[in-house]
Design a protein around this ligand. Structure first.
Ligand code: BES
Ligand code: MN
Ligand code: ZN
Length: 491
């Protein structure tokens, strides 16, 4: 399709530094007899990446509106500037009355990343801008966005199978991200362990997945003493959700994703301080990301085998709650002295990780809002990565870069293990102040010695605080890319 002819509510064009239009945008400018460059010469489009300028009824073009989006200086254009441009574009589109837009996507391409990559990220960027969580508000403002359809126009390059696959992957990934975000944003009175199990059952029915939900008595029979110790103070029944998607040959060993599903973390008897405690509803974000990633992979019919294992319960104080000093026996047989009931994530994860071994996994990746220390170490940019297998770690690092859902590897050295020493049991569940996220990972490592395993600490990346408080849906993009890369997909 030639952009100048596009009959659309809005034609989106990329602008580099100054008044330099990107390639396809130049063709539109020619059709408009230089009107676009003329508008730019007026100086109304700021130089900053992501700035936008809206023009209406440009003569010579079929579109009702033209939205010019600044990419920033050509030699500084990178993934970060691309993301800024998309953010600006998304914000501008939200405010428009247009019902449909045509985006000349190749003009947004970043050096070193192919067209399929650009397609994926463009879709994810726009879907991110249009995500809303207003189901608990009686007044929805604005009532509904006008925009109903986005067309990605590719000129000059043939529409390859890769670009089509990228489109499918991006839409499925966006749906998975939305699911993870919505589960994270739902408050703990609604998003209970039972609610997560129901959501998993819905996914199973919709996408023909295998599902099994273990109840408290099943956990008791198996001997999941650590998981059971966390749920003791709560009225909500715990669940262990197992969700399976088989998109590849039965012979292929699965990737097992284990997600921390604490639907609310008060700290238990080691009660947390009150400030910002509401944010502990996000403590099931690891679980949400596992459900979101499986939804994405299943809906795009990815050629992968994945098992999601989600231990979920509440961490509450109460007359029956676990006390500091209590000793419990884990599913692995190892005993743990619970010195702090607020270090509960590792307690539910250790039993889930032991359980994961029964699926004879190719690799196991757990995802958890595990430590405040990880937020101190890496802030809100990178997810913490720990792994007992460097090949797996490298795969995760590469998938994170590709998805721009980045991770940073931290050490898992034996030297840290002595911090978990206990006088009364095989180990303690905390390792003291130094290197809090490392000792948490070292604790988990004691339950995964026979597995290829990695741990993602998403405490800093799963949600945003402050005015824009809310779930991010990370690391769904990373997990989807990881699974696809393991199945050989690179583009
Ligand atoms: N869910 C928290 C971790 C957390 C804290 C995530 C703040 C995001 C923001 C976890 O269960 C926890 O409480 N961890 C403790 C561990 C400590 C007691 C060893 C922590 O980080 O303080
Ligand atoms: Mn805690
Ligand atoms: Zn927690």
């Amino acid at each position: 399709m030639s952009p100048e002819k596009a009959k659309t509510g809005c034609l989106v064009l990329a602008v580099q530094g100054g008044a330099t239009l990107a390639r396809a945008a130049q063709a539109a400018d020619r059709a408009a007899k230089g009107a676009l460059r003329h508008a730019l010469a007026g100086g109304d489009l700021a130089e900053k990446a992501g700035s936008t300028l809206l023009l209406r009824d440009v003569d010579g073009l079929g579109a009702e509106r033209v939205l010019l989006v600044r990419l920033g200086e050509r030699d500084k254009y990178d993934v970060a500037a691309f993301r800024e441009a998309l953010r600006g574009l998304g914000a501008a589109l939200k405010g428009l009355g247009a019902k449909d837009v045509v985006l000349l996507v190749a003009d947004f391409a970043v050096g070193g990343r192919g067209l399929p990559w650009t397609v994926r990220h463009a879709i994810l960027g726009i879907r991110d801008a249009f995500y809303r969580f207003d189901q608990l508000k009686t007044q929805k403002k604005p009532a509904a966005p006008a925009l109903a359809a986005v067309t990605l126009a590719i000129t000059g390059a043939p529409l390859t199978l890769q670009a089509q696959a990228a489109l499918k992957e991006a839409v499925a990934t966006a749906d998975g991200i939305d699911l993870a975000r919505t589960l994270g944003n739902l408050p703990a009175n609604l998003c209970t362990p039972s609610h997560l199990a129901d959501e998993a059952r819905k996914l199973a029915a919709q996408f023909k997945l295998g599902i099994e939900v273990l109840e408290r008595r099943d956990m008791e029979k198996l001997g999941m003493g650590a998981l059971l110790s966390v749920t003791r103070g709560s009225r909500q029944p715990p669940k262990l959700i197992v969700l399976r998607y088989n998109g590849a040959s039965k012979k292929k060993k699965p990737l097992v994703l284990v997600g921390k599903g604490i639907t609310f973390d008060t700290g238990g008897i080691s009660l947390k301080p009150g400030g910002d405690m509401d944010e502990m509803k996000f403590d099931m974000s690891g679980a949400g990301s596992v459900l979101g990633a499986i939804r994405a992979l299943a809906s795009m019919r990815a050629p992968v085998n994945v098992v999601g294992v989600v231990p979920t319960c509440e961490n509450m104080p109460g007359g029956e709650a676990t006390r500091p000093g209590d000793v419990v026996t884990t599913l692995s047989g190892q005993t743990v002295e619970i010195l702090n009931t607020d270090a509960e994530g590792r307690l539910i994860l250790c039993d889930a990780l032991t359980y994961a071994a029964r699926f004879d996994p190719e690799a196991v990746v757990d995802i958890a809002t595990l430590t405040g220390a990880c937020v101190i170490a890496l802030g809100h940019v990178a997810t913490g990565l720990f792994a007992n297998d460097q090949k797996l770690a490298d795969d995760i690092l590469a998938a994170g870069d590709d998805a721009w859902d980045r991770v940073w590897q931290m050490p898992l050295w034996e030297d840290y293990q002595e911090q978990l020493r206990s006088n009364f049991a095989d180990m303690a569940n905390i390792g003291g102040r130094p290197a809090g996220s490392v000792t948490a990972a070292c604790y988990l490592a004691r339950f995964t010695r026979k597995l290829r395993w990695a741990h993602l600490d998403i405490a800093g990346t799963a949600w945003r605080s402050g005015r824009d408080k809310g779930s991010t849906g990370r690391p769904v993009p990373l997990l989807v890319r990881l699974a696809l890369r393991q199945a050989g997909r690179r583009a």
